[in-house]
Write a protein that binds this ligand. Structure first.
Ligand code: ZN
Ligand code: ZN
Ligand code: FE
Length: 714
């Protein structure tokens, strides 16, 4: 900008830039320089010069703004009940881009020439729709249509009205949204939910729901100040909040867990769907298990065959797949669980200048990251790399992020695990150098980078699984780490994961392994008393598996310890999705007692070892004396923070380090995280935790990239 005038006017103009920003604007930096006075008298916007120094980022998609919402339901407005209303303050962005720069011609709106009225708004600097690239109206823009299960169009005049009727009748309707399709059913209809779950092979995993407004949200869950702000934020993520007793929604929405995943409408279409008829709609990502969300009409019809009864589609193409983001609140702060729509691909600003690096992420909950200068471009959530579709989605994201970051780095960072898809991809892609980063080191470095801290810290990485330097499965790690290197100064004692993957699906196997650590050869007696083993013949098999260690790696994982304890308590012997047992153990932990369980810290060869066997024995005793599951689960959750503090104090004594960085999937558990932060702060540690990225493996790519960068710059 060029401005002229007396000094104090200019000063107040500059401070006004911060004070009077439009809703989506953010100032990253202001720098001033004097220019020649040319005695301008009017305000003009002039064409940008190509090749200028400025960078224009792709903004994330943004929920319908208040003004558009008002127009949507105003019978006098020319966009009355038009499901694609948007303006410069709201609407699709990332999900409609084909290329950059972000101009209409490079979006999926390019095939909709604007009518004279829309064009007028688009060209008028004082209009709210000045350069709103997806600007449209009923006369010139996209439109809805309704298809049957085979993809044949139905001829209803008002597809939306028809869909509402179909949902009331209990049908499963696939609805095209912003970053992909949702599968919708009435959240109060048990039968419809049952149908959806059995068709989607998703019997127990919690389903996200959409409610009309904040009051409707507060009726079904406990909405605090922070939750409310997040629900209403322009990013409109799914917010996990404690359930309330209510019959407004079916218990089949989120069985066995303490939270509901709730979001508010974020497109005009959502607002119209929820206007009158439903307490809540289940709105779950439309995909098959482990596959990415569907985006094109044809893809949806093909992949959702047998799942959706009808399809509510439109002719504005979704070009970038983007799932709903998921957040929760702990210790009064926003915690990201899945970073995607509304948040990605906004870059994270780092403290240092880095060379261009591409990090490909881990195997589960994958994101990828491109480092360039001071910016880290972390992709939207990609997911688990278990299916060909998911791997294609990883490739899509790679191309997308290269476009957005405007570079193709030839230094590649990846995980240490030789069998990960992302590791193999790193080996296949053209590169000048591959840097392999240990999983938990990546966790800690990621949280450090987000918080802008450097130098040695105590890293506490509590996690499901990650490939260790000694080829065992790590997951309960205490590191002394900086950005480039680490030593494993302590860990949870190793135990066998009997049957590997099988133990993850059937936590009773882990419980057996924990009992064997605690009772040696007497474990079968104890297991017998707890009714832990499904069949008599398993005793011998389990013993053999554990003695021979056949297909059974050693692990120090806290995530698996949670699973094992849940199984001991009889909460769950088998799981249908990762983390289910741990989530139910958290939901179970309700008590006012402050009883703690015993734990030992020992030291061998300069490595601290957390011995959980006294805890397991105590849990068994408590079960025998009839103590409630709720109390034992609570005691388990209260004990871990105290143990972590004990470990951190031992490490501080030896190293003098006072900063603790927390990361890893286990810290998605709110009781554990709040307890750990409070306990460490009591002991006067300075504690750092994730804020921008998830603490689960969604943060790994950033950690890989920054670690590789630090190694290069050594
Ligand atoms: Zn708007
Ligand atoms: Zn128009
Ligand atoms: Fe992890």
């Amino acid at each position: 900008m060029e401005v002229e005038g007396p000094e104090e006017s200019i000063a107040s103009f500059i401070s006004g830039v911060h004070g009077e920003l439009p809703p989506l604007a953010e100032v990253s930096e202001i720098s001033c320089a004097e220019v020649e006075i040319i005695n301008d008298t009017a305000f003009r916007i002039i064409e940008s010069e190509a090749g200028g120094l400025g960078r224009v980022y792709i903004t994330p998609d943004i929920a319908t703004c208040g003004q558009c919402f008002t127009e949507l339901f105003d019978p006098g407005d020319r966009r009355f009940r038009y499901p694609f209303i948007n303006c410069t303050n709201c609407g699709p962005r990332l999900t409609i881009i084909q290329d950059i720069p972000y101009d209409r011609i490079n979006t999926s709106m390019s095939c909709f020439p604007m009518c004279p009225l829309c064009q007028g708004e688009y060209e008028n600097p004082s209009d709210r729709r000045f350069h709103a690239e997806p600007n449209a109206c009923p006369a010139c823009g996209p439109a809805l249509s309704l298809l049957d299960e085979a993809g044949n169009p139905l001829t209803d005049k008002d597809p939306l009205h028809k869909v509402i009727t179909l949902l009331i009748e209990g049908h499963v309707v696939a609805i095209k949204g912003l970053g992909g399709f949702h599968l919708a059913v009435d959240a109060a209809n048990d039968e419809a939910l049952k149908r959806l779950r059995s068709r989607k092979f998703r019997e127990e995993k919690p389903l996200a729901i959409m409610v009309k407004d904040i009051n409707a949200a507060a009726r079904i869950s406990q909405i605090g100040k922070e939750e409310e702000a997040l629900l209403l934020s322009p990013q409109r993520p799914i917010v996990l909040a404690r359930k309330r007793e209510t019959d407004a929604i079916s218990p089949a929405v989120a069985p066995g867990v303490s939270d509901l995943g709730i979001m508010l409408p974020y497109t005009p279409l959502h607002h119209m769907l929820l206007e009158k008829h439903f307490h809540a709609l289940v709105m779950t990502s439309a995909n098959q298990v482990d596959e990415p969300i569907c985006i094109t009409n044809r893809e949806a019809i093909k992949r959702l065959r047998g799942i959706a009864d009808y399809f509510l589609v439109h002719n504005r193409d979704i070009l970038v797949r983007c799932d709903d983001s998921i957040v929760t609140v702990s210790s009064g702060k926003k915690r990201m669980l899945r970073r995607s729509r509304g948040f990605a691909p906004k870059p994270i600003t780092l403290k240092k200048l880095y060379p261009e690096i591409l990090a490909l992420g881990p195997q589960m909950k994958t994101t990828l990251c491109i480092l360039k200068g001071t910016l880290a471009f972390v992709s939207p959530h990609i997911g688990d790399m278990e299916t060909p579709e998911a791997r294609d989605f990883h490739q899509e994201n790679l191309a997308l992020m290269q476009k957005i970051a405007e570079c193709k780095p030839d230094i590649i960072a990846c995980d240490l695990h030789p069998a990960y898809y992302t590791t193999k991809l790193a080996e296949e892609l053209p590169s000048s150098r591959i840097i392999r980063v240990q999983h938990h080191h990546a966790h800690i470095v990621s949280a450090m980078a987000e918080n802008g801290i450097e130098g040695e810290v105590i890293g506490v990485a509590m996690d499901g699984t990650g490939y260790g330097l000694d080829r065992t499965v790590w997951g309960g790690e205490f590191l002394v780490a900086d950005e480039a290197a680490f030593t494993r100064i302590g860990h949870i004692m190793n135990y066998i994961l009997p049957g590997g993957e099988k133990a993850i699906r059937e936590p009773w196997r882990i419980a057996v392994s924990l009992l064997r650590e605690a009772y040696g050869n007497n474990w079968p007696e104890v297991a017998e008393g707890l009714h832990l083993i499904p069949e008599k013949s398993y005793y011998e098999t389990m013993d053999r598996i554990m003695v021979q260690k056949f297909n059974s790696p050693m692990t120090s994982s806290l995530g698996r310890l949670f699973d094992g304890v849940a199984a001991l308590l009889g909460i769950r012997q088998k799981v249908t999705f990762e983390g289910q047992a741990a989530m139910e153990l958290e939901a179970m932990a309700k008590s006012n007692t402050d009883v703690l369980l015993p734990f030992d810290i020992s030291e061998t060869g300069n490595v601290f070892r957390l011995d959980f066997t006294p805890m397991i024995r105590k849990i068994v005793d408590e079960i025998r004396t009839g103590r409630s599951k709720a109390e034992i689960a609570h005691a388990f959750h209260m004990t871990l923070p105290v143990v972590f503090r004990g470990m951190a104090e031992s490490i501080r004594k030896r190293t003098g380090l006072n900063r603790v960085v927390l990361s890893g999937g286990c810290f998605q558990n709110r009781i554990l995280t709040e307890g750990t932060i409070a306990e460490l702060e009591k002991a006067r540690f300075v504690v750092f935790f994730h804020d921008v990225l998830p603490t689960n493996d969604g943060c790994i790519s950033l950690g890989q990239a920054v670690c590789a960068g630090a190694q290069i710059m050594l």
